[in-house]
Write a protein that binds this ligand. Structure first.
Ligand code: FAD
Length: 379
């Protein structure tokens, strides 16, 4: 069916990592898909993150999220290869395992305790190894003497998140998807004969289905179609260095060497509202920790620092939901959309297209899990 410019089978609000992956997946399934985005001025976690495709530590309170993260890591190689074929863009996916390095016995003990809990919840199927200083030094000779030990997960990896978004955008457009330059979506209204109207600053779009994948914007848009997405910002500052000789061939939770040779150093966790700034105190703390982990970084020049906003749900697990009151309206958001990208392009897009649930009881990720029961609300 030929559609006029601002109509589509599915309108996806948000062209960050989540929206792009879902839009690409839907287009791949043959649907006419339009993306609407507010533009570059708002906070965009997808251009401000650490680039980990990370399994270890995910889901201490949610076995489903732990399994989901593992499935995502397994699905990434196929998507990376497909994007390379379609666009020529190599997203620099490396999945040789990842490390969390501890500078205190207390930190290491806490991680071991958390990981044991996750392993138990996953019936023993949760791969990680605890390594002491000597074992780590044998694997990564550049670690500093203060590193007491760490955890290794063979399923961890990293990617270039900017290339990931560029490749998804390029593959989406190359496959016939459309990005509508209409600015911020202000209203989403269900239509009486089915479908939705999206009103944006620069025009409107009508679509049979709507997917709200607007990061922090989900909070405002989801209730317009009977959904809930109580996401809140948390600032993370990051640093990047000049290029240095290869010294680290696998990512760690706080320091990773990129394919280009730069060193990315993270991160802070700050409750500063929508402020994406940087602070000297934050930068000093990150740089000091990085040098304690890898003394080779002492004297290396930092070339850039920035702050990005995480998109946190109250339990840190993702939200995927279809509206009960407005069927055809969906919300999708998570605080690790780089890691989860391959599932967003695959099973999540399939679920939106034809209702096939990615796994039994997928409603575990519905936003209504945060609803306060009437009794608890003080009745
Ligand atoms: C410091 C830091 C480190 C991180 N490290 C990692 C990591 O290592 N691995 C990992 O997996 N994740 C990491 N993350 C999280 C990851 O970056 C996010 O999960 C991901 O980028 C979220 O993508 P998104 O598309 O949902 O949101 P965003 O990237 O924020 O995109 C949302 C889009 O929606 C648009 N929008 C919002 N409101 C509207 C509206 N009303 N109308 C139209 N458009 C709208 C915005 O313009 C934006 O483009 C990190 C985040 C931070 C901040």
């Amino acid at each position: 069916m030929v559609m006029s410019k601002n109509q589509a089978d599915v309108a996806v609000v948000g062209s960050g990592a989540t929206g792009l992956a879902i839009a690409y997946g839907l287009r791949r399934l043959g649907l006419d898909v339009a993306i609407l985005d507010a533009g570059d001025r708002g906070p965009r976690a997808s251009t401000a993150n650490f680039g980990l495709v990370w399994v270890q530590g995910k889901g201490p309170q949610s076995p489903a999220y732990a399994r989901w993260s593992r499935a995502a890591a397994r699905a990434w190689p196929e998507l990376a290869a497909e994007l390379k074929d379609a666009t020529g863009i190599d997203v620099d996916l490396r999945q040789g395992g990842g490390l969390y390095l501890c500078l205190s016995e207390k930190d290491l003990a806490a991680r071991m305790e958390t990981f044991s809990r996750i392993r138990e919840a996953l019936d023993g199927d949760y791969p990680f190894t605890v390594m002491d200083h000597a074992a780590l030094a044998a694997r990564v000779p550049a670690i500093g003497p203060e590193v007491v030990g760490g955890t290794f997960c063979p399923e961890d990896g990293h990617i270039n998140p900017l290339k990931m978004c560029r490749a998804l955008q390029s593959a989406f457009v190359g496959a016939g998807g459309r990005s509508l330059c209409l600015g911020s979506v202000e209203r989403v209204t269900p239509l009486s004969d089915g479908g939705f109207r999206l009103e944006a600053a620069g025009g409107t779009c009508e679509a049979g289905k709507v997917v709200i994948a607007a990061g922090l914007g989900c909070h405002k848009l989801a209730p317009m179609v009977g959904l809930t997405a109580p996401v809140a910002p948390q600032r993370g500052q990051l640093l990047i260095s000049e290029r240095v000789r290869p010294f680290l061939d696998l990512p760690t939770a706080h320091v990773r060497q990129t394919a280009e040779g730069t060193v990315q150093i993270g991160d802070t966790k700050e409750e500063t509202g929508l402020d994406t700034g940087t602070t000297l105190a934050g930068m000093i703390a990150m740089a000091r920790r990085a040098v304690r982990l890898f003394p080779v970084l002492s004297g290396v020049r930092l070339v850039r620092a920035w702050g990005g906003l995480r998109i946190l749900t109250p339990d840190v697990a993702p939200i995927y939901a279809q509206s009960d009151s407005c069927p055809g309206a969906y919300v999708a958001t998570s605080h690790s959309a780089i890691t989860l990208g391959a599932l967003h392009a695959g099973p999540v897009a399939r679920w939106i297209a034809d209702g096939t649930e990615p796994f039994a009881h997928f409603e575990v990720f519905h936003g209504k899990r945060f609803a306060i029961p009437a009794t608890a609300a003080g009745e």
